[in-house]
Write a protein that binds this ligand. Structure first.
Ligand SMILES: Nc1ccn([C@@H]2O[C@H](COP(=O)(O)O)[C@@H](O)[C@H]2O)c(=O)n1
Ligand SMILES: C[C@@]1(CO)OP(=O)(O)OP(=O)(O)OC[C@H]1O
Length: 158
């Protein structure tokens, strides 16, 4: 059986926060605002997995009104989501995600992010694709007000 899911998320830049994307900390003067660590990329990927499973979204499973998730490590949330997928008998077919950011330049960090994401979903690095685009200085990402991310996953079950 094949299931596909997509995810999309946005977080605004904020001062005095680390910038965490794809489970790694990226050196940058600004971080992202959020109830959790605001890892917009892992949120999009988690939502894609939940979508494929027909299980809603991360806001349903980890409400931003719940103090338990204040400052939450999104890698832990992703791990929980992935355990749901495995409990239902799924493995990853492939995953493709895009970070939409005018800055920072993501290219130097993509190999490390791929490895981190592969570990979280217990997959081969070759089944994980992470890419980045600017919006040519247009819109909220172009004005460097925040970062968006989108993801699509394919889950397989024998
Ligand atoms: N935050 C980003 C955005 C883009 N890249 C890389 O640059 C390439 C060109 O971006 P355009 O938006 O001008 O198409 C893009 O394909 C990415 O490889 C990046 O590293 N970080
Ligand atoms: C991750 C959660 C956890 O409370 O909070 P945020 O970091 O605010 O992220 P968002 O994508 O806005 O909502 C999902 C929430 O579940």
């Amino acid at each position: 059986m094949i299931k596909v899911g997509q995810g999309f998320d946005v977080h605004a830049f904020a001062e005095n926060r680390p910038l965490i994307l794809g489970g790694i900390t990226i050196p940058y003067p600004l971080g992202l605002a959020g109830h959790s660590d605001a890892d917009v990329l892992l949120h999009a990927i988690s939502d894609a997995v939940l979508g494929a499973l027909g299980e809603g979204d991360i806001g349903k499973h980890f409400p931003d009104t719940d103090p338990n998730f204040k400052g939450a490590d999104s890698a832990e949330l992703m791990r929980f989501v992935w355990e749901m997928a495995e409990a239902k008998g799924y493995r990853l077919g492939n995953l493709d995600a895009t970070v939409i950011a005018q800055r920072p330049k993501m290219a130097p960090y993509i190999p490390e992010i791929r490895g981190r994401v592969a570990g979280l979903v217990r997959a081969e690095i070759s089944d994980i694709n992470i890419k980045a685009t600017t919006t040519e200085q247009l819109g909220f990402t172009g004005r460097e007000e925040g970062i968006a991310a989108m993801a699509i996953v394919c889950l397989l079950k024998n």
